[in-house]
Design a protein around this ligand. Structure first.
Ligand code: FES
Length: 162
């Protein structure tokens, strides 16, 4: 084999060995759906959030009781949440929704009670009154009750804990 034949042989070999790589680079990925390769139209809806994001949003709310329990007792008091005690009542302005407060009185730390007929929270220690949204109606308390986002889903009452 002379030099010219050798170089020609090496060149054909190199081309032949790199051909599968070149073909693979130009062909679509077998694991990827064809629709995922194309760019979406400019006016299409954004893709749904990844499962981790939806899961994190769901974890922000924690079940504190049932709607049946809420309607039977007129309130749900849960003292086992990481955010502290939570008292949930139906929203007097919209009974389909719920309101949640930290029932710890801002005057001296007693636990307020929901007066369901009068629709306000009352402190049994020094008689402070708080509206359903936690605002002070009557002192000696000066600061409102801390409030939390709450909702009803199905038969469950949930409070946002994050
Ligand atoms: S502790 Fe509630 S009014 Fe004093």
């Amino acid at each position: 084999m002379n030099r010219r034949e050798f170089l020609s042989w090496v060149g054909v070999g190199t081309l032949a060995s790199s051909l599968p790589v070149a073909i693979a680079a130009c062909s679509p990925d077998a694991n990827q759906a064809p629709s995922a390769q194309s760019n979406p139209p400019a006016n299409s809806a954004p893709p749904p959030p990844p499962a981790e994001v939806a899961s994190a949003a769901a974890k922000q709310f924690q079940v504190v009781g049932t709607v049946a329990e809420l309607d039977k007792k007129g309130q749900i008091l849960n003292k086992k949440l990481a955010i502290g005690p939570v008292l949930v009542v139906r929203n007097p302005a919209d009974p389909k929704s719920v309101l949640a407060v930290n029932p710890t009185c801002t005057h001296n730390g007693c636990i307020v009670e929901w007066e369901k007929d009068e629709k306000y929270f009352q402190c049994p220690c020094h008689d402070s009154d708080f509206a359903a949204d936690g605002k002070v109606i009557k002192g000696p308390a000066k600061q409102p009750l801390k409030t939390y986002e709450a909702k009803i889903e199905g038969n469950s009452v949930l409070v946002k804990v994050l």
